[in-house]
Write a protein that binds this ligand. Structure first.
Ligand SMILES: Cc1cc2nc3c(=O)[nH]c(=O)nc-3n(C[C@H](O)[C@H](O)[C@H](O)COP(=O)(O)OP(=O)(O)OC[C@H]3O[C@@H](n4cnc5c(N)ncnc54)[C@H](O)[C@@H]3O)c2cc1C
Length: 476
């Protein structure tokens, strides 16, 4: 029997879930807060005198699963795909280091005294740990990394970048994050894999050199493709933008409807509900409200926000890199990317656009800074590392995302548990995706979670959607 499933959130998880449901004969209504679909994988197109596209920072789609890649190609449309070459570097000591690290480049570019100190430190920490003369805790990020890499490498490659990106001391960050292997953490493995090539099929994300990307329209062509197909396959289904979910109406443990809308409120009812919006926002929207201890946990769980500063420049290319990390504390920007290196069609000939990312917390000075102030910060940082010269910027614009990264502080698991338990009591509501799980995952994993959830709801067969992105995988 055909069901009507109401999906909260029109990012990749919500849309891919909807797609699998409609291809199996069900009807969906997707409620998206923003005026466009895509969530973090959105793109913005300017199609006036000149054609430009930009994303929320660098978005490289990668998966080891060739079926998933074929699926994504089909959703984007085969005639709108280019293959981009991945090149990324880290700027340290005013030098560019290839990333993933190339041993010869590290040996050549790293100050010799630091190299020796790093090696001695590394051997010392390994000695202390193996002989059990010192016990390093695996609880927080700083000890976890120091135990494995030594103090010098920790400080240079991980400590400062992490503190800058997270805006908190790494000793306050849970080692769960370290063990989920953020790209920069992957240093030692990268050195090993550089020296000893991995077997076919084992290439980690960090070593993948090419990836598919839309020729026109940016990464947002993937969510737009899903939205188009959902309404084509199932004309009675709807993807509603500008439609924030405001209240999750419930009768005990059963969700009875979703109140949504910006100005005029409406209520929509479904047979089942899928959540892909931040799990804290979902719990806070419950009516009648969730118990007090759940609401307290929602307040305690934190997110890192990002401000994106886009600079249009009057030259063909700034660097050949897909993205460049700027870990040094003296710089405010922590990463830049250049969309022309994803698709050369994303900016007019002879011009290019750089996106500078600055992490912050909602409401802080960076979050509230004006476009002019943020442009100045980005220009100064890029000039200081020699990427751009003075007066090169044609114009700038900014975008912000509030729920960019879940903060894995030392208490996050304790705060998350009661929220998940409460959401778990809602029998006809299922939560998935990066936001719905408070999980630090990539696009392919959000798509996989969404698709598996859709298939499970449509067929009743278990798909293991909850286990996606919980394994030993490198996140980029
Ligand atoms: C800067 C940056 C760079 C990244 N780079 C990569 C990369 O190179 N490769 C990669 O694979 N992944 C990358 N990612 C991760 C990737 O973007 C995410 O994993 C993926 O897009 C998450 O999709 P989602 O649907 O799970 O969540 P989201 O995209 O967050 O979707 C949730 C949706 O819910 C909507 N919403 C929120 N509240 C409400 C409400 N009340 N009512 C209705 N709708 C609501 C939001 O607007 C959003 O559209 C990057 C992420 C960031 C932040």
């Amino acid at each position: 029997m055909s069901k009507h499933v109401v999906i909260l959130g029109g990012g990749l998880a919500g849309l891919s879930c909807g797609y699998e449901l409609v291809t199996r004969g069900h009807r969906v209504t997707i409620l998206e807060r923003e005026p466009h679909v895509g969530g973090m994988a959105s793109s913005f197109i300017e199609d006036g005198d000149e054609y430009w596209t930009h994303d929320f920072g660098p978005h490289r789609f990668h998966s080891q699963d060739s079926n998933l890649i074929d699926h994504v190609r089909e959703i984007i449309g085969e005639d709108n795909i280019v293959t981009a070459q991945r090149l990324s570097r880290i700027v340290l000591f005013n030098k560019f280091f290839d990333y993933p690290l190339v041993a010869s480049n590290v040996l050549r570019s790293m100050p010799k005294h630091l190299l020796i100190k790093a090696m001695l430190d590394y051997m010392w920490v390994r000695f202390l740990d193996t002989t059990r003369l010192k016990r390093y805790s695996d609880k927080d990020f700083e000890s976890w990394v120091t135990k494995r890499f030594g103090k010098t490498l920790y400080r240079i490659f991980f400590g400062q970048y992490t503190e800058k990106a997270w805006g908190m001391p790494p000793s306050q960050i849970s080692a769960d994050w370290a063990s989920q292997r953020i790209t920069l953490l992957n240093l030692w493995d990268t050195v090993k894999k550089t020296l000893f090539r991995p077997k076919a099929g084992e290439t980690p994300r960090t070593l993948v050199t090419s990836f598919i990307y839309p020729k026109y329209g940016g990464i947002g062509e993937l969510p737009r493709g899903y939205a188009r197909k959902i309404e084509e396959i199932s004309p009675e289904s709807r993807v509603l933008v500008n439609s924030p979910a405001i209240r999750v109406l419930r009768d005990g443990n059963t969700v009875t409807g979703i109140e949504y809308g910006k100005h005029k409120r409406q209520t929509i009812e479904g047979d089942e509900y899928v959540n892909t919006i931040p799990i804290t926002a979902l719990a806070k929207a419950a009516a009648p409200s969730a118990p007090d201890h759940v609401l307290e946990s929602c307040r305690a769980l934190q997110y890192i926000s990002i401000v994106f500063v886009y600079l249009k420049l009057d030259r063909e290319q700034v660097s050949p890199d897909s993205w460049v990390y700027l870990p040094e504390m003296k710089l405010t920007v922590h990463r830049i990317c250049e969309f022309k290196n994803f698709s050369k069609f994303s900016a007019p000939e002879g011009k290019t656009m750089i996106c500078a990312e600055i992490t912050c917390r909602r409401g802080d000075d960076i979050w509230r800074a004006s476009q002019e102030e943020l442009q100045k910060i980005a220009e100064k940082d890029l000039q200081s590392v020699g990427l751009i010269g003075e007066n090169e910027v044609l114009s700038s614009s900014i975008r912000r995302i509030p729920f960019a990264y879940p903060v894995y502080d030392l208490q996050y698991a304790d705060h998350l548990k009661p929220i998940q338990e409460f959401v778990g009591t809602l029998e006809n509501l299922h939560t998935t995706g990066r936001q719905g799980n408070f999980r630090y995952n990539n696009m392919d994993q959000s798509v996989e979670m969404g698709r598996k959830m859709g298939i499970e709801l449509a067929t009743g067969e278990e798909t293991g959607h909850a286990a996606v992105a919980t394994g030993e995988e490198y996140f980029g």
